[in-house]
Design a protein around this ligand. Sequence first.
Ligand SMILES: Nc1nc2c(ncn2[C@@H]2O[C@H](COP(=O)(O)OP(=O)(O)OP(=O)(O)O)[C@@H](O)[C@H]2O)c(=O)[nH]1
Length: 415
Amino acid sequence: MEVLRIATSGSVDDGKSTLIGRLLYDTNSIPQDKMEALHAASKRKGLDFTDLSLLTDGLVAEREQGITIDVAHIYFSTPTRKYIIADTPGHIEYTRNMVTGASNAQVSLILIDARKGIVEQTHRHFFIANLLRIPYLVVCVNKMDLVDYSEARFNQIVEDFQVMLSNASFKGQEVKFIPISSLYGENVASRNGTISWYQGDTLLEYLEQVSFDHEDNQHPARFPIQSVIRPRTTEYHDFRGFAGKVASGHFNVGDEVISLPSGQKSRIKTIEQFEKQLTVAHARESVVITLEDEIDSSRGNMLVKTTEVPPQLKEVSASICWMDQQKLTNGKTYLLQHGVNRVKAKVQQIQYITDVTNHLQKADKTEMGLNDIGKVAIKTAAPIFADAYQNNPANGAFILIDEFNNTTVAVGFID
Ligand SMILES: Nc1nc2c(ncn2[C@@H]2O[C@H](COP(=O)(O)OP(=O)(O)OP(=O)(O)O)[C@@H](O)[C@H]2O)c(=O)[nH]1
Protein backbone atom coordinates (compact mmCIF):
# COMPACT_ATOMS: atom_id res chain seq x y z
CA MET A 1 0.00 0.00 0.00
CA GLU A 2 1.29 3.44 -0.81
CA VAL A 3 2.02 5.98 1.90
CA LEU A 4 0.82 9.55 1.55
CA ARG A 5 2.94 11.97 3.55
CA ILE A 6 1.23 15.09 4.85
CA ALA A 7 2.93 18.02 6.54
CA THR A 8 0.94 20.23 8.83
CA SER A 9 1.58 23.04 11.16
CA GLY A 10 -0.72 25.46 12.89
CA SER A 11 -1.12 28.39 15.18
CA VAL A 12 -2.29 28.03 18.75
CA ASP A 13 -5.90 26.94 19.03
CA ASP A 14 -6.79 26.81 15.36
CA GLY A 15 -7.97 23.27 16.01
CA LYS A 16 -5.14 21.14 14.65
CA SER A 17 -5.24 18.61 17.48
CA THR A 18 -9.00 18.30 17.11
CA LEU A 19 -8.69 17.82 13.35
CA ILE A 20 -6.03 15.12 13.67
CA GLY A 21 -8.01 13.44 16.46
CA ARG A 22 -11.11 13.55 14.25
CA LEU A 23 -9.28 12.00 11.31
CA LEU A 24 -8.00 9.17 13.52
CA TYR A 25 -11.40 8.67 15.13
CA ASP A 26 -13.37 8.62 11.89
CA THR A 27 -10.96 6.18 10.29
CA ASN A 28 -11.17 3.85 13.29
CA SER A 29 -7.49 4.35 14.01
CA ILE A 30 -7.81 4.83 17.75
CA PRO A 31 -7.40 1.64 19.78
CA GLN A 32 -10.18 0.76 22.23
CA ASP A 33 -8.11 1.44 25.37
CA LYS A 34 -7.07 4.86 24.12
CA MET A 35 -10.68 5.64 23.26
CA GLU A 36 -11.76 4.75 26.79
CA ALA A 37 -8.99 6.92 28.23
CA LEU A 38 -10.21 9.78 26.01
CA HIS A 39 -13.81 9.42 27.25
CA ALA A 40 -12.60 9.43 30.84
CA ALA A 41 -10.28 12.41 30.37
CA SER A 42 -13.07 14.41 28.67
CA LYS A 43 -15.43 13.61 31.54
CA ARG A 44 -12.84 14.69 34.08
CA LYS A 45 -12.64 18.00 32.27
CA GLY A 46 -16.41 18.35 32.69
CA LEU A 47 -17.09 18.03 28.97
CA ASP A 48 -20.24 16.38 27.67
CA PHE A 49 -18.44 15.26 24.50
CA THR A 50 -15.24 13.37 23.78
CA ASP A 51 -12.49 15.91 23.27
CA LEU A 52 -10.49 14.47 20.38
CA SER A 53 -7.77 17.08 20.79
CA LEU A 54 -6.68 15.25 23.95
CA LEU A 55 -5.32 12.51 21.75
CA THR A 56 -2.27 14.56 20.76
CA ASP A 57 -2.05 16.27 24.14
CA GLY A 58 0.69 13.95 25.32
CA LEU A 59 2.93 15.70 22.84
CA VAL A 60 1.85 19.12 24.04
CA ALA A 61 2.63 18.14 27.63
CA GLU A 62 6.10 17.00 26.63
CA ARG A 63 6.65 20.26 24.86
CA GLU A 64 5.66 22.20 27.95
CA GLN A 65 8.12 20.21 30.00
CA GLY A 66 10.82 21.47 27.71
CA ILE A 67 11.38 18.25 25.83
CA THR A 68 12.06 19.32 22.29
CA ILE A 69 9.90 17.61 19.78
CA ASP A 70 11.30 18.19 16.34
CA VAL A 71 8.45 16.71 14.42
CA ALA A 72 5.63 14.50 15.70
CA HIS A 73 4.64 11.77 13.27
CA ILE A 74 1.09 10.49 13.35
CA TYR A 75 0.12 7.33 11.49
CA PHE A 76 -3.24 6.14 10.28
CA SER A 77 -4.62 4.18 7.39
CA THR A 78 -7.76 3.53 5.38
CA PRO A 79 -8.43 0.54 3.12
CA THR A 80 -7.06 2.66 0.25
CA ARG A 81 -3.76 3.96 1.60
CA LYS A 82 -1.54 4.66 4.56
CA TYR A 83 -0.94 8.15 5.89
CA ILE A 84 1.82 9.82 7.85
CA ILE A 85 1.17 13.29 9.21
CA ALA A 86 4.29 15.23 10.15
CA ASP A 87 3.11 17.76 12.67
CA THR A 88 5.19 20.76 13.69
CA PRO A 89 4.43 23.83 15.79
CA GLY A 90 3.89 26.84 13.54
CA HIS A 91 5.69 29.42 15.62
CA ILE A 92 8.66 31.26 14.16
CA GLU A 93 11.13 29.47 16.45
CA TYR A 94 10.09 26.17 14.88
CA THR A 95 10.71 27.22 11.27
CA ARG A 96 13.61 24.80 10.90
CA ASN A 97 11.39 21.97 12.19
CA MET A 98 8.72 22.94 9.68
CA VAL A 99 11.28 22.69 6.90
CA THR A 100 12.50 19.25 8.01
CA GLY A 101 8.97 18.01 8.68
CA ALA A 102 7.80 19.09 5.24
CA SER A 103 10.86 17.94 3.33
CA ASN A 104 9.39 14.76 1.90
CA ALA A 105 5.67 15.53 2.06
CA GLN A 106 3.33 15.24 -0.91
CA VAL A 107 0.60 17.26 0.73
CA SER A 108 0.79 20.37 2.85
CA LEU A 109 -2.23 20.82 5.08
CA ILE A 110 -2.85 24.40 6.16
CA LEU A 111 -5.47 25.03 8.82
CA ILE A 112 -7.18 28.39 9.16
CA ASP A 113 -9.56 29.46 11.92
CA ALA A 114 -12.62 30.79 10.04
CA ARG A 115 -12.98 33.63 12.54
CA LYS A 116 -9.39 34.80 12.26
CA GLY A 117 -8.61 34.21 8.58
CA ILE A 118 -5.01 34.29 7.37
CA VAL A 119 -2.48 34.89 10.16
CA GLU A 120 1.31 35.08 10.37
CA GLN A 121 1.70 31.31 10.70
CA THR A 122 -0.35 30.78 7.54
CA HIS A 123 2.16 32.87 5.60
CA ARG A 124 5.12 31.00 7.08
CA HIS A 125 3.59 27.61 6.46
CA PHE A 126 2.71 28.52 2.88
CA PHE A 127 6.16 30.00 2.22
CA ILE A 128 7.85 26.77 3.31
CA ALA A 129 5.45 24.56 1.31
CA ASN A 130 6.22 26.70 -1.73
CA LEU A 131 9.98 26.71 -1.12
CA LEU A 132 9.96 22.92 -0.88
CA ARG A 133 7.63 22.64 -3.86
CA ILE A 134 5.20 20.35 -2.10
CA PRO A 135 2.88 19.47 -4.97
CA TYR A 136 -0.48 19.54 -3.19
CA LEU A 137 -1.74 22.17 -0.82
CA VAL A 138 -4.99 21.65 1.05
CA VAL A 139 -6.37 24.60 2.97
CA CYS A 140 -8.94 23.66 5.60
CA VAL A 141 -11.02 26.56 6.87
CA ASN A 142 -11.91 25.24 10.32
CA LYS A 143 -14.49 26.20 12.96
CA MET A 144 -17.08 26.98 10.28
CA ASP A 145 -19.72 26.38 12.98
CA LEU A 146 -18.50 29.52 14.75
CA VAL A 147 -19.18 31.69 11.69
CA ASP A 148 -22.65 30.21 11.09
CA TYR A 149 -21.26 28.10 8.26
CA SER A 150 -21.09 31.31 6.23
CA GLU A 151 -20.29 30.83 2.56
CA ALA A 152 -19.35 34.50 2.26
CA ARG A 153 -16.78 34.18 5.06
CA PHE A 154 -15.29 31.07 3.43
CA ASN A 155 -15.11 32.80 0.05
CA GLN A 156 -13.41 35.81 1.61
CA ILE A 157 -10.68 33.60 3.09
CA VAL A 158 -10.23 31.79 -0.23
CA GLU A 159 -9.90 35.16 -1.96
CA ASP A 160 -7.30 36.37 0.58
CA PHE A 161 -5.39 33.15 0.11
CA GLN A 162 -5.44 33.53 -3.68
CA VAL A 163 -3.82 36.95 -3.28
CA MET A 164 -1.04 35.34 -1.23
CA LEU A 165 -0.63 32.64 -3.90
CA SER A 166 -0.25 35.10 -6.72
CA ASN A 167 2.13 37.37 -4.78
CA ALA A 168 4.41 34.43 -4.08
CA SER A 169 3.98 32.82 -7.51
CA PHE A 170 2.81 29.44 -6.26
CA LYS A 171 4.95 26.63 -7.66
CA GLY A 172 3.00 23.56 -6.56
CA GLN A 173 0.47 21.71 -8.66
CA GLU A 174 -2.84 22.26 -6.95
CA VAL A 175 -4.53 24.12 -4.11
CA LYS A 176 -7.75 22.82 -2.61
CA PHE A 177 -9.99 24.74 -0.18
CA ILE A 178 -12.35 22.88 2.15
CA PRO A 179 -14.72 24.39 4.75
CA ILE A 180 -14.72 22.15 7.83
CA SER A 181 -15.71 21.88 11.46
CA SER A 182 -13.31 19.52 13.20
CA LEU A 183 -15.31 19.59 16.38
CA TYR A 184 -18.47 18.33 14.69
CA GLY A 185 -16.69 16.27 12.06
CA GLU A 186 -18.15 18.21 9.14
CA ASN A 187 -16.26 17.64 5.88
CA VAL A 188 -13.35 15.93 7.63
CA ALA A 189 -14.06 12.25 6.94
CA SER A 190 -17.79 12.64 6.33
CA ARG A 191 -20.52 15.23 5.82
CA ASN A 192 -23.36 15.94 8.14
CA GLY A 193 -25.11 18.40 5.86
CA THR A 194 -24.55 21.61 7.78
CA ILE A 195 -22.52 23.14 4.94
CA SER A 196 -25.04 22.48 2.20
CA TRP A 197 -23.57 25.08 -0.16
CA TYR A 198 -20.31 23.11 -0.40
CA GLN A 199 -20.52 20.20 -2.81
CA GLY A 200 -16.82 19.36 -3.00
CA ASP A 201 -14.69 16.64 -1.43
CA THR A 202 -14.33 16.12 2.28
CA LEU A 203 -10.74 16.29 3.50
CA LEU A 204 -10.42 12.51 3.58
CA GLU A 205 -12.01 12.08 0.13
CA TYR A 206 -9.50 14.55 -1.20
CA LEU A 207 -6.53 12.82 0.47
CA GLU A 208 -7.69 9.42 -0.78
CA GLN A 209 -7.41 10.51 -4.40
CA VAL A 210 -4.32 12.72 -4.40
CA SER A 211 -2.34 11.13 -7.19
CA PHE A 212 1.11 9.71 -6.68
CA ASP A 213 2.18 10.67 -10.13
CA HIS A 214 5.64 9.33 -9.43
CA GLU A 215 7.17 12.60 -10.46
CA ASP A 216 10.52 11.26 -9.34
CA ASN A 217 10.26 8.74 -12.14
CA GLN A 218 9.89 11.51 -14.72
CA HIS A 219 13.00 13.31 -13.51
CA PRO A 220 16.48 12.60 -14.87
CA ALA A 221 17.95 9.31 -13.64
CA ARG A 222 20.36 9.63 -10.70
CA PHE A 223 21.98 6.77 -8.79
CA PRO A 224 24.26 7.85 -5.95
CA ILE A 225 26.55 4.96 -5.08
CA GLN A 226 26.40 4.04 -1.41
CA SER A 227 28.82 1.17 -1.51
CA VAL A 228 30.66 -1.15 -3.83
CA ILE A 229 29.88 -4.84 -3.36
CA ARG A 230 32.79 -7.12 -4.03
CA PRO A 231 32.45 -10.52 -2.42
CA ARG A 232 35.69 -12.31 -1.70
CA THR A 233 34.35 -15.83 -2.20
CA THR A 234 35.55 -17.83 -5.19
CA GLU A 235 31.98 -18.38 -6.37
CA TYR A 236 31.41 -14.63 -6.85
CA HIS A 237 34.99 -13.73 -7.55
CA ASP A 238 34.22 -11.53 -10.57
CA PHE A 239 31.18 -9.87 -9.09
CA ARG A 240 31.37 -6.12 -8.71
CA GLY A 241 28.10 -4.34 -7.96
CA PHE A 242 27.16 -0.82 -7.00
CA ALA A 243 24.62 -0.62 -4.21
CA GLY A 244 22.40 2.38 -3.61
CA LYS A 245 18.97 3.88 -3.89
CA VAL A 246 17.70 5.37 -7.14
CA ALA A 247 17.27 9.05 -6.20
CA SER A 248 15.20 9.96 -9.24
CA GLY A 249 14.23 8.76 -12.69
CA HIS A 250 14.66 5.13 -13.71
CA PHE A 251 17.38 2.89 -15.07
CA ASN A 252 16.94 -0.03 -17.49
CA VAL A 253 19.21 -2.96 -18.17
CA GLY A 254 21.19 -1.97 -21.27
CA ASP A 255 21.19 1.79 -20.54
CA GLU A 256 24.45 3.52 -21.28
CA VAL A 257 25.64 5.19 -18.09
CA ILE A 258 28.44 7.46 -17.04
CA SER A 259 30.06 7.50 -13.62
CA LEU A 260 30.63 10.89 -12.07
CA PRO A 261 33.07 12.44 -11.38
CA SER A 262 35.39 10.08 -13.33
CA GLY A 263 33.42 10.36 -16.58
CA GLN A 264 33.93 6.66 -17.44
CA LYS A 265 31.16 5.07 -19.48
CA SER A 266 29.63 1.62 -19.51
CA ARG A 267 26.28 -0.17 -19.89
CA ILE A 268 24.04 -1.62 -17.23
CA LYS A 269 24.45 -5.39 -17.26
CA THR A 270 22.10 -6.35 -14.40
CA ILE A 271 19.87 -4.76 -11.80
CA GLU A 272 19.42 -6.87 -8.69
CA GLN A 273 17.22 -6.56 -5.66
CA PHE A 274 17.80 -9.20 -3.01
CA GLU A 275 17.48 -12.41 -5.00
CA LYS A 276 15.45 -10.85 -7.82
CA GLN A 277 16.75 -9.75 -11.21
CA LEU A 278 14.97 -6.59 -12.40
CA THR A 279 14.83 -5.09 -15.87
CA VAL A 280 14.16 -1.61 -14.55
CA ALA A 281 14.87 0.23 -11.28
CA HIS A 282 12.51 3.06 -10.36
CA ALA A 283 12.98 6.08 -8.13
CA ARG A 284 13.29 5.25 -4.41
CA GLU A 285 14.13 1.58 -5.07
CA SER A 286 17.25 0.18 -3.42
CA VAL A 287 19.17 -2.00 -5.87
CA VAL A 288 22.56 -3.32 -6.87
CA ILE A 289 23.67 -2.38 -10.37
CA THR A 290 26.39 -4.23 -12.26
CA LEU A 291 28.05 -2.85 -15.36
CA GLU A 292 29.46 -4.49 -18.48
CA ASP A 293 32.89 -2.92 -17.99
CA GLU A 294 35.18 -2.57 -15.00
CA ILE A 295 35.05 1.10 -14.12
CA ASP A 296 36.46 2.90 -11.18
CA SER A 297 33.57 4.06 -8.97
CA SER A 298 33.21 4.27 -5.23
CA ARG A 299 30.96 5.58 -2.48
CA GLY A 300 29.88 9.16 -3.14
CA ASN A 301 30.10 8.80 -6.93
CA MET A 302 26.96 8.88 -9.05
CA LEU A 303 25.76 6.89 -12.06
CA VAL A 304 23.62 8.81 -14.56
CA LYS A 305 22.44 8.11 -18.10
CA THR A 306 24.76 9.49 -20.76
CA THR A 307 21.77 11.33 -22.24
CA GLU A 308 20.96 13.17 -18.98
CA VAL A 309 24.22 14.34 -17.44
CA PRO A 310 23.78 16.91 -14.65
CA PRO A 311 25.84 20.07 -14.63
CA GLN A 312 29.16 20.06 -12.83
CA LEU A 313 29.04 22.86 -10.28
CA LYS A 314 31.61 24.53 -8.10
CA GLU A 315 29.59 27.67 -7.53
CA VAL A 316 25.96 27.44 -6.55
CA SER A 317 23.24 29.86 -5.65
CA ALA A 318 20.82 28.32 -3.19
CA SER A 319 17.99 29.05 -0.77
CA ILE A 320 18.92 27.87 2.69
CA CYS A 321 17.21 27.60 6.06
CA TRP A 322 19.72 28.28 8.83
CA MET A 323 19.34 25.80 11.69
CA ASP A 324 22.12 26.58 14.11
CA GLN A 325 22.33 28.82 17.16
CA GLN A 326 25.64 30.12 15.92
CA LYS A 327 25.08 32.65 13.17
CA LEU A 328 26.22 32.28 9.59
CA THR A 329 28.53 35.02 8.34
CA ASN A 330 30.08 35.60 4.95
CA GLY A 331 33.18 33.55 4.23
CA LYS A 332 32.58 30.69 6.67
CA THR A 333 33.44 27.17 5.54
CA TYR A 334 31.46 23.99 6.10
CA LEU A 335 31.09 20.52 4.70
CA LEU A 336 28.40 20.39 2.03
CA GLN A 337 26.70 17.02 1.84
CA HIS A 338 24.89 16.34 -1.42
CA GLY A 339 23.45 12.84 -1.48
CA VAL A 340 26.24 10.65 -0.16
CA ASN A 341 28.92 12.98 -1.42
CA ARG A 342 30.70 15.41 0.93
CA VAL A 343 32.81 18.37 -0.14
CA LYS A 344 34.26 21.40 1.58
CA ALA A 345 32.28 24.55 0.86
CA LYS A 346 32.53 28.22 1.59
CA VAL A 347 29.51 30.48 1.95
CA GLN A 348 30.81 33.37 -0.05
CA GLN A 349 27.93 35.73 0.35
CA ILE A 350 24.56 36.05 1.99
CA GLN A 351 22.55 37.61 -0.78
CA TYR A 352 19.34 38.27 1.07
CA ILE A 353 17.10 37.03 3.88
CA THR A 354 13.38 36.63 3.17
CA ASP A 355 10.69 37.79 5.56
CA VAL A 356 8.48 34.74 5.16
CA THR A 357 5.37 36.52 6.39
CA ASN A 358 5.35 39.03 3.53
CA HIS A 359 7.88 37.49 1.11
CA LEU A 360 9.99 40.66 1.16
CA GLN A 361 13.71 40.22 0.61
CA LYS A 362 16.11 42.02 2.91
CA ALA A 363 19.43 42.56 1.15
CA ASP A 364 22.64 43.88 2.72
CA LYS A 365 22.50 41.32 5.53
CA THR A 366 25.88 40.08 6.67
CA GLU A 367 24.64 37.32 8.95
CA MET A 368 21.89 34.73 9.13
CA GLY A 369 20.45 33.56 12.43
CA LEU A 370 18.56 30.49 13.61
CA ASN A 371 15.41 29.89 11.52
CA ASP A 372 16.27 32.52 8.91
CA ILE A 373 15.57 31.61 5.30
CA GLY A 374 17.53 33.32 2.58
CA LYS A 375 19.63 33.11 -0.53
CA VAL A 376 23.39 32.50 -0.47
CA ALA A 377 26.25 32.03 -2.91
CA ILE A 378 28.40 28.97 -2.15
CA LYS A 379 31.72 27.84 -3.59
CA THR A 380 32.73 24.20 -3.24
CA ALA A 381 36.28 22.83 -3.13
CA ALA A 382 35.40 19.98 -5.51
CA PRO A 383 32.63 19.87 -8.10
CA ILE A 384 29.17 18.50 -7.26
CA PHE A 385 26.84 17.07 -9.87
CA ALA A 386 23.54 18.61 -8.88
CA ASP A 387 20.28 19.58 -10.53
CA ALA A 388 18.27 22.67 -9.76
CA TYR A 389 15.90 21.76 -6.93
CA GLN A 390 12.93 22.91 -9.00
CA ASN A 391 13.82 20.48 -11.79
CA ASN A 392 14.75 17.54 -9.61
CA PRO A 393 14.28 17.85 -5.84
CA ALA A 394 16.00 14.50 -5.15
CA ASN A 395 19.28 15.77 -6.62
CA GLY A 396 18.89 19.46 -5.87
CA ALA A 397 19.02 19.61 -2.07
CA PHE A 398 21.94 19.52 0.35
CA ILE A 399 22.87 20.12 3.95
CA LEU A 400 25.72 22.10 5.44
CA ILE A 401 27.62 20.50 8.30
CA ASP A 402 29.89 22.10 10.84
CA GLU A 403 33.01 19.98 10.45
CA PHE A 404 34.20 20.61 13.99
CA ASN A 405 31.15 19.48 15.93
CA ASN A 406 29.39 17.54 13.16
CA THR A 407 26.05 19.34 13.53
CA THR A 408 23.80 20.11 10.60
CA VAL A 409 23.68 23.87 10.37
CA ALA A 410 21.57 24.38 7.26
CA VAL A 411 19.44 22.72 4.64
CA GLY A 412 19.66 24.11 1.13
CA PHE A 413 17.87 24.04 -2.21
CA ILE A 414 19.88 24.76 -5.36
CA ASP A 415 18.58 27.37 -7.81
N1 LIG B 1 -16.47 25.33 17.66
C1 LIG B 1 -15.41 24.69 17.28
N2 LIG B 1 -14.36 24.53 18.10
C2 LIG B 1 -13.30 23.87 17.66
C3 LIG B 1 -13.22 23.32 16.36
N3 LIG B 1 -12.03 22.71 16.22
C4 LIG B 1 -11.39 22.87 17.41
N4 LIG B 1 -12.15 23.56 18.26
C5 LIG B 1 -11.84 23.96 19.63
O1 LIG B 1 -10.76 24.89 19.61
C6 LIG B 1 -9.93 24.72 20.73
C7 LIG B 1 -8.51 24.47 20.29
O2 LIG B 1 -8.48 23.24 19.60
P1 LIG B 1 -7.20 22.34 19.53
O3 LIG B 1 -7.51 21.22 18.64
O4 LIG B 1 -6.66 22.06 20.87
O5 LIG B 1 -6.24 23.38 18.79
P2 LIG B 1 -4.73 23.25 18.41
O6 LIG B 1 -4.57 24.04 17.18
O7 LIG B 1 -4.29 21.86 18.39
O8 LIG B 1 -4.09 24.02 19.55
P3 LIG B 1 -2.77 23.68 20.31
O9 LIG B 1 -3.03 22.33 20.94
O10 LIG B 1 -2.65 24.77 21.29
O11 LIG B 1 -1.69 23.65 19.27
C8 LIG B 1 -10.53 23.55 21.51
O12 LIG B 1 -11.33 24.07 22.53
C9 LIG B 1 -11.37 22.82 20.48
O13 LIG B 1 -12.45 22.12 21.05
C10 LIG B 1 -14.33 23.50 15.49
O14 LIG B 1 -14.37 23.05 14.35
N5 LIG B 1 -15.39 24.19 16.01
